[in-house]
Design a protein around this ligand. Structure first.
Ligand code: PLP
Length: 402
């Protein structure tokens, strides 16, 4: 197979040609500033207004609850730091999150800890879920915010956000969810979920990179992070990325229109790969629950090997995958997500994430499995870690059976 098999759709997705087309129109035609009061300014504003309506419709929000940002990380930073600063004025300086959030949340928490906020990190279950009762038990009178991700970016487990948001509402605490991996992948309805804030990012659903959005329920005001002009209803200054915004709006409209079909397709590929690998490769194990998992997510450990070795071998066969989250791919530290669900360090090191999108085919899923079936035994035969890896894997699965 000569072509590239791209199975890293949780890292980013290819831009839909229809999205490229609307972005090209926005870039080449609407030369005005959306804040300017003349025709080409209005033309640019029209792209922004259309996209805001598209994003709002997809989330069941109203357009004035959608704020465009520079990326999903910015939306997360804004929700966490902005909510902390707003609530600190009422003496509330405690935040709750989970131990396996994306670094956009975890590092925001670290920054707040350095200036006197206290953070509780809830540990997920071994299956990869945050238990609502653990969130409720962690609440305090001075809790400013609860933020739990909607779907984990490494193991794909979908969190009980509706239940968590209901608990927050009962206790009068703001609830944010990082839905960057969920929006465009599974149904997301902010009213149904009952969250106060929700982050999303365009490049995860066949839209452009470098544009995201924060949903803020009416009446919820995280303090601004970027001050300046009056863009985004005075809450996020800076001349709008008109083409990027036009792109994210259309991409989300397209992803939502075909969501059922897209989910069914990705689920077929995911289940095929999980079943075939677990049957054919000794000691391979699936990380995270099989139930309540993103339709396109496969995360497997191959004890006795380093993920980086597998990654390079796959690359030589034209397969693009990941050893963990994209933002961590420069680091050889074991994944904080796998450690948080109790995967031993040695097994965590040999983990791979394969994530499918609508453009992947069954032929590609078969090719991925065939390649793993060649590469893993060959590398293991050369690996002095393999014997030890088998023992660790057996001890770990025996522990799981108690
Ligand atoms: N949150 C999650 C769960 C993610 O997976 C990512 C990106 O991988 C982000 C936030 C950051 O989004 P962005 O790349 O748009 O900054």
């Amino acid at each position: 197979m000569e072509k590239i098999v791209y199975v890293d759709n949780a890292a980013t997705t290819p831009c839909d040609p229809r999205v490229v087309e609307v972005m090209t129109r926005a870039l080449s035609g609407a030369c005005g500033n959306p804040s300017s009061h003349y025709s080409v300014g209005y033309e640019a504003k029209e792209f922004v207004d259309t996209a805001r309506a598209q994003v709002a419709k997809a989330l069941n929000a109203s357009p004035d609850e959608i704020y465009f940002t520079g990326c999903g990380s910015e939306a997360d930073n804004w929700a966490v730091k902005g909510a902390a600063l707003t609530k600190a004025r009422q003496g509330k300086k405690h935040l709750i999150t989970s131990a396996f959030e994306h670094h956009a949340i975890l590092h925001s928490m670290r920054s707040l800890e350095r200036i006197g906020f206290e953070v509780t990190y809830i540990k997920p279950t071994p299956e990869g879920f945050i238990r609502p009762e653990d969130v409720e038990a962690a609440l305090r009178d001075d809790t400013a915010l609860v933020t739990i991700m909607m779907a984990n970016n490494e193991i794909g487990t979908i969190q009980p956000i509706k239940e968590i948001a209901a608990i927050c509402k009962k206790h009068g605490v703001w609830c944010h969810t990082d839905a960057v991996q969920a929006v465009g992948a599974i149904p997301v309805d902010v009213k149904e979920l009952g969250v106060d804030m929700l982050s999303l990012s365009g490049h995860k659903f066949n839209g452009p990179k470098g544009v995201g959005a924060l949903y803020c329920r009416k009446g919820v005001w995280p303090q601004n992070l970027i001050d300046g002009g009056s863009q985004e209803a005075r809450h996020r200054a800076g001349t709008e990325n008109v083409a990027g915004i036009a792109g994210i709006g259309l991409a989300l409209e397209l992803a939502t229109a075909t969501l059922d079909e897209k989910m069914a397709h990705e689920r077929t590929l995911r289940d095929y790969v999980i079943d075939r690998v677990l049957n054919n490769i000794p000691e391979a194990r699936l990380n995270g629950s099989r139930e309540n998992r993103l339709p396109g997510n496969v995360n497997l450990s191959f004890p006795g090997l380093e993920g980086e070795t597998i990654l390079l071998d796959l690359d030589m066969h034209g397969i693009c995958a990941s050893t963990g989250s994209a933002c961590n791919s420069d680091s050889l530290d074991p994944s904080h997500v796998l450690l948080s669900i109790g995967v031993p360090e040695e097994i965590g090191h040999g983990s791979m994430r394969f994530t499918f999108g609508p453009q992947n085919t069954m032929e590609e899923a078969e090719y991925l499995c065939e390649t793993l079936e060649q590469v893993i035994p060959r590398r293991r035969a050369m690996s002095c870690m393999w014997l030890e890896g088998q023992n660790t894997a057996r001890d770990f699965s025996l522990k799981g059976e108690h």
